[in-house]
Write a protein of this length. Structure first.
Length: 259
């Protein structure tokens, strides 16, 4: 009888240690939150020499350090990020726009900044000066991102031929070589890549389609409590100027002052 009691106790301990994907987990006494991201999202979140860096990375480090969590990064392409979020393989995802459609699947923290979309073209391309010029042109997007939805919402009759890609590097090459006419992506990311990485692109016209960005979670009681804690820390980081300093480090300006 004692043997069976001991085995039952071991089995219960094993079950207690398993994470069911409904919230951040505890491991070895440490709180761990799994964040899904692509490894090439410079400057928001990217991997360099085995370490995650970027604008969002610095913000998440500030948030979860305050809350006593260790971040575990789970890196895939963007479609994999969405799949991992849906299946519970990650707790949340990096650089996630808060849209009504996504609000039907997830609950969100308060937004911590607004992301704008922009059209980019090769420097020598004089045909595309703004979004209005993409009619009949091949326009690249990253599969699973929200920028195509922004384009369709803001310019429903744009007339461009949308071509889906899985990663940025191939898009940069194809736009620069003339295989693609234009690329729609985040204004901040494009500016940083053009200024810091010398990618062969220019931003054509004004940015458009400002959308709030926050952290998504599956709708559970545990996650709702965690979101309340995160929102409180976001407010503190804004008030004390931490978010402004992070923005200035990565973009040379305070993007939090923009509408």
């Amino acid at each position: 009888m004692k043997k069976w009691t001991f085995l039952l106790l071991v089995f219960m301990l094993i079950l207690t240690g398993c994470n069911n994907g409904d919230g951040a987990s505890a491991s070895g006494g440490d709180k761990v939150i799994k964040i899904g991201s692509s490894p090439d999202g410079y400057p928001t979140s990217y991997q360099q020499d085995g370490e995650m860096k970027g604008f969002n990375v610095d913000i998440y480090n500030a948030i979860f350090d305050e809350l006593g969590y260790e971040i575990e990064w789970v890196l895939t392409d963007w479609t994999g990020v969405l799949a991992n979020l849906d299946t519970g393989n990650v707790d949340t995802a990096s650089n996630f726009a808060l849209t009504p459609e996504r609000g039907e699947k997830y609950i969100f923290t308060d937004p911590y900044y607004n992301s704008k979309a922009a059209i980019a073209a090769a420097p020598g391309n004089e045909e595309i000066q703004s979004v209005e010029d993409i009619e009949g042109k091949d326009v690249g997007t990253i599969l699973g991102t929200n920028f195509q939805n922004v384009l369709e919402d803001q310019y429903p009759e744009h007339g461009g031929n949308i071509v889906d890609y899985e990663n940025n590097e191939v898009v940069y090459r194809d736009v620069g070589s003339g295989k693609l006419d234009a690329y729609i992506y985040g204004r901040e990311q494009l500016l940083a890549m053009i200024n810091d990485k010398d990618i062969p692109l220019k931003i054509a016209g004004e940015p458009f389609g400002s959308q709030p960005v926050g952290l998504p979670f599956k709708d559970t009681e545990e996650n709702r409590a965690l979101i309340e804690d995160i929102n409180e820390v976001i407010g503190q980081l804004k008030q004390e100027g931490t978010l402004t300093r992070i923005s200035e480090d990565w973009y040379g300006e305070d993007i939090f002052t923009e509408d």
